[in-house]
Every structure is written in structure tokens, then in C-alpha cells.
Ligand binder design. Structure first.
Ligand SMILES: *Cc1c(COP(=O)(O)O)cnc(C)c1O
Length: 377
């Protein structure tokens, strides 16, 4: 089955008993047992729920993995994955990782002595150099937020294998439609499904896929023990989102390319960050490991003052955090998503005050271009 067909016919489709073509929302906490210890596959909905199970099955297929897991948010998914490690272990992470992941490592998991190093993983030699005896995993985001830096997944898998590390990839920005990290040797792929997979700004959720039985067993134990599971209604919403993921990503890609071309021609815009551009440092690797470049663009308008004006003047770009929805969103990383990162670290990363981040939606591209044009005037 090819990707587009998998999104419609993959996983568990519909309901055998009634012929319903959509998986029912099993809004239930417990299940009648036919005898003591003799259940029909479901006992208690933290452990397993049929609607959640259907979602977990389809995401595993989309990522070419074995087993999927659904969590109450992207952060719940990331936290649960980090529960695989012990106190004293060390994780090497992409330096411009999602702000919430940065906060989790530096303000929460540090209290449990889970150690970390932030490294520019777009340089494999820097990754190698940061590995210690205690290192247990590489945690990669590619493309990153908001500078769209690209890390070579095949290289990371090589390094991980050599040092006996788990390779974990946050695939939120690329989606399984454009990029399948497990195919390049990753062990764990995860998503904030709040973004492209849900796609309509109406659900908060996280997904994880693994491709070994051993990891699946460990993660299921953690999912059930920690209990940060996704509810049946939200699981259903994600399955609904997945059905249109391919066509949404195609539409977003087409709009993004047109918007980038417009930005390139605008005199007030400098430093456009988009991996689809040949001059982007990671372009070649992005083209090798992903079949599309996604709908995220960042660009510099030179000053925080103009950036704020643009954000106030736009009509079709909603001023909001988050990304990956049908509606275009616009934000100012330095003041919003990355405000919790100390100013000096922000400067090191290149997140200037004039940097605007756009998540391109599926509106008419001419309206989007006209809107940005008038806002930049
Ligand atoms: C949003 C996001 C997260 C966190 O997900 P939530 O669903 O908001 O908890 C993690 N990683 C990336 C790349 C994200 O964009």
C-alpha cells in the first residue's frame, strides 16, 4: 500500500459489527470479562482502548514501524520516551530543540539526574564529540524550529549504532508523509500530533512509533504505568486528521513554495530559512531524506519593531503559537515560542528579534501573498 492509500485504508478501518466506515469512539473506561482474567483484548482504557488502538495501528503503519503509542500531548509522549532512561544516563539533543523539550530536560528531568548535552546535530562530528560513557541516546529534531536546521538521519543512525545508542527522532515538522526516520535507522520516532497530524488546531496529542518488540514492550509498560494516554475522542479526531494528511501536506507544500518565492523578491526580507531553498545549508540532506519540505518558513525583517507591526497588520495569518494547521499561523519566536530560552542562548542560535515564523496553511496563496505584502509595507 502506498502512503496516500494507507492514510485511508491502513490500520483498523471501520467497525466489523455494524459496517460503520469510521472507527467508533469507544468512550469507555472498563470492559466486561467473560471469566476471571478472561477478557476480549481490552481490560481498562489506560492499558488499552479500541479507538486509541486503531490510531496506534495506523500511525505505526505510516511510519513503517511495528507498534504505535498515543499520548495526551507531544510533551507527554516525549516525557514517556525519556522514562526509558535511568538516573545518571546522558542524552545528546539537537540544540534548537522545541522549547518544551528544552524545558523538560533542563527544569524537570535534571531533577532526576537524567543528563543532557545540547549540540548542533547538523554537524555529525560535534555529535560524536559529545558522546560520553553515560550516553544512551541521540535525540534529533529535523527540520528544527524556527531555523529549519537539517540533521542527517542516516549519519545519526551510523553514530548511534557505533556507540550502541538509541536514535530518537521528533518528526513533527516533516510528518510521516514526507519523512520516515525509522527507514534511516532510527529506533523511536515521535510526534506532537497537535500539529500536522491533527491538522485543524482542535486537538492536543502525541504519538510514538518503535520498530522493535523489545522497545514496544518497554514503552507499553511505561505508557500504562505513567498513564499519560490519549482519550478516545481525541484519538478519533487524529484518525480523521490522518485521512487528509497527504492532501493537506501537498497543498501546504505548494503554497509554501509560492510564499517563499514572494519573500525572496521582497526588499525588506533577509535570511529566509526554508530547507527547500538550494542555498539552505541543509538542502541536500533534506532532499535526500524527505520527499517534501513542509510548511514552515522563518524570515528576518531586520527589527523587532517591524516584525511586531507585520504581526499586527496581517489578516489571514493568525497570530498564534503552534503550527501545522489548515489555517496559516504567524509568530515571533523571540517573544513567543522561544521566550523561555535565555536571551544570550537565543542570540547564539540566531533567533533574532526580527525573525518571523510562518506556518503556511491551505488558503488561496494569492490572498496569503497579498496579505504579507500589505503587512510589510
Ligand atoms: C509542539 C511540539 C512539541 C510538543 O507537543 P505538544 O503537543 O504541544 O505537547 C514537541 N515537538 C515539536 C517539534 C513541537 O512542535
Amino acid at each position: 500500500m502506498r502512503a496516500k492509500t494507507k492514510m485511508i485504508h491502513g490500520g483498523i478501518t471501520g467497525d466489523e459489527q455494524t459496517g460503520a466506515v469510521s472507527v467508533p469512539v469507544y468512550q469507555v473506561s472498563t470492559y466486561k470479562q467473560d471469566g476471571v482474567g478472561n477478557h476480549r483484548g481490552f481490560e481498562y482504557s489506560r492499558t488499552g482502548n479500541p479507538t486509541r488502538h486503531a490510531l496506534e495501528t495506523v500511525i505505526a503503519e505510516l511510519e513503517n514501524g511495528e507498534v504505535g503509542f498515543a499520548f495526551g500531548s507531544g510533551m507527554a509522549a516525549i516525557t514517556s520516551v525519556m522514562m526509558l532512561f535511568d538516573a545518571g544516563d546522558h542524552v545528546v539533543m539537537t540544540d534548537d530543540v522545541y522549547g518544551g523539550s528544552y524545558r523538560l530536560m533542563t527544569k524537570v528531568l535534571n531533577r532526576y539526574n537524567l543528563d543532557h548535552s545540547f549540540v548542533d546535530t547538523s554537524y555529525p562530528e560535534k555529535v560524536e564529540a559529545s558522546i560520553t560513557e553515560k550516553t544512551k541516546a541521540l535525540y534529533i529534531e529535523t527540520p528544527t524550529n524556527p531555523l529549519l536546521k537539517i540533521t542527517d538521519l542516516e549519519k545519526m543512525a551510523e553514530i548511534a549504532k557505533k556507540h550502541d545508542l538509541l536514535l530518537i527522532v521528533d518528526n513533527t515538522f516533516a510528518t510521516p508523509y514526507w519523512q520516515q526516520p525509522l527507514d534511516f535507522g532510527a529506533d523511536i520516532v515521535l510526534h506532537s500530533a497537535t500539529k500536522y497530524i491533527g491538522g485543524h488546531s482542535d486537538v492536543v496529542a502525541g504519538l510514538v512509533v518503535v520498530n522493535s518488540d523489545e522497545l514496544a514492550e518497554q514503552l507499553h509498560f511505561i505508557q500504562n504505568s505513567v498513564g499519560a494516554v490519549l482519550g478516545p475522542q481525541d484519538s478519533w479526531l487524529l484518525m480523521r486528521g490522518i485521512k487528509t494528511l497527504a492532501i493537506r501536506m501537498e497543498a501546504i507544500e505548494a503554497n509554501t513554495q509560492k510564499l517563499v518565492a514572494f519573500l525572496q523578491s521582497h526588499e525588506k526580507v533577509s535570511n529566509i530559512y526554508y530547507p527547500g531553498l538550494e542555498e539552505h545549508r541543509g538542502h541536500e540532506i533534506a532532499a535526500k531524506q524527505a520527499s517534501g519540505h513542509g510548511g514552515m518558513i522563518s524570515f528576518d525583517v531586520g527589527s523587532g519593531e517591524l516584525a511586531e507591526k507585520v504581526l499586527q497588520r496581517v489578516k489571514y495569518f493568525t497570530l498564534a503559537e503552534s503550527l501545522g494547521a489548515v489555517e496559516s499561523l504567524i509568530s515571533l519566536p523571540a517573544k513567543m515560542t522561544h521566550a523561555s530560552i535565555p536571551a544570550d542562548r537565543r542570540a547564539d542560535l540566531g533567533i533574532t528579534d526580527g525573525l518571523i515564523r510562518v506556518s503556511v496553511g491551505i488558503e488561496d496563496h494569492e490572498d496569503l501573498i497579498e496579505d504579507l505584502k500589505q503587512a510589510l509595507e
